[in-house]
Design a protein around this ligand. Structure first.
Ligand code: GLN
Length: 283
């Protein structure tokens, strides 16, 4: 085990993978079916050639910069396990800030609030909200039928009943007629220009439509705020995840559209990350 880890770490570090040793340890523990924290206590154990072969196949994928989460096939978000593949963006810790703030906001009294999640991807935001608040209803939409399939699998695995998944393109007049008490989204906010400088893991493997708007990065943020103005009930809230450097502009959009109390929540690294605003009292 020790020698195999040394060998694999070296391969990953030469390929420019960050934290090569941790990656090697996580992949070996995945193959061995044990907790990664105990791998180091088994350094003297021997492994058969079948295990070595399977492990080295995974190391090769990681060497080619495939994200660890796609190789392992799952990721933890809000303490829940989500299945992921290359049809969906990998849920990120900074998005947990959005979910926490949404949960705080949902503490307000009201009869069975209706929440809209735009661009649900793996379903992480919608299903986490649904899991922690069985007393709300959530409509989760995505433009990608393949993403909706993953979200559907996650819904089954997590046994969350109060989420409805639906195919929709928000640039195409959706959603007609319905009013929501909250709108949440982690939209594709990377600009066309920034996209080329992203890590190879994102650029080469994560779905491009989930990452960039192919424009200035603000297109969907603007659109979601417009939708919020039209489709939120009075006092309803909108929470949108932002990219680094977008908070001032996003807040100005909200203000100029006439949304009330815009504020920005930082993520754990202190980066302004989530825009929150609400519809005023007048309908
Ligand atoms: N809602 C998912 C997430 O937050 C997917 C977002 C997206 O595809 N842009 O990770």
């Amino acid at each position: 085990v020790g020698a195999l880890l040394d060998h694999a770490s070296l391969i990953l570090s030469e390929a420019g993978v960050e934290e090569p040793r941790l990656n090697a340890r996580l992949l070996l523990s995945h193959v061995l079916g044990i907790q990664h924290t105990v791998v180091d206590t088994r350094k003297r154990d021997s492994v058969d050639s079948e295990v070595t072969g399977r492990f080295m196949t995974l190391i090769e994928r990681r060497r080619l910069r495939e994200p660890l989460q796609y190789i392992i096939g799952e990721v933890e978000f809000m303490g829940l396990k989500f299945l992921v593949n290359t049809d969906v963006l990998i849920p990120r810790p900074e998005t947990e800030v959005l979910v926490e703030k949404a949960l705080e906001c949902l503490k307000l009294p009201g009869a069975r609030p209706l929440v809209l999640d735009i661009g649900t991807g793996s379903g992480n935001i919608a299903l986490a909200l649904g899991h922690f608040r069985p007393d709300i209803e959530i409509l989760a939409v995505d433009i990608s039928p393949l993403a909706l399939k993953v979200a559907g699998l996650n819904q089954q695995t997590l046994g969350v009943r109060n989420v409805t998944l639906r195919h929709a393109d928000i640039l195409d007049g959706f959603p007609v007629g319905t009013k929501f008490d909250m709108i949440v989204s982690n939209p594709p906010y990377v600009s066309n220009e920034e996209f080329d400088s992203l890590q190879p893991e994102i650029r080469m493997f994560e779905p491009r439509i989930a990452t960039t708007d192919e424009g200035d990065g603000l297109r969907y943020i603007r659109r979601i705020l417009e939708i919020s103005l039209r489709h939120l009930n009075p006092r309803g809230a909108v929470l949108i995840e932002l990219g680094q450097g977008q908070s001032e502009t996003a807040r100005d959009f909200a203000t100029s559209l006439g949304l009330a109390d815009p504020c920005i929540h930082p993520d754990l690294s202190g980066i302004p990350r989530v825009l929150q605003a609400r519809k005023g009292n007048a309908a």
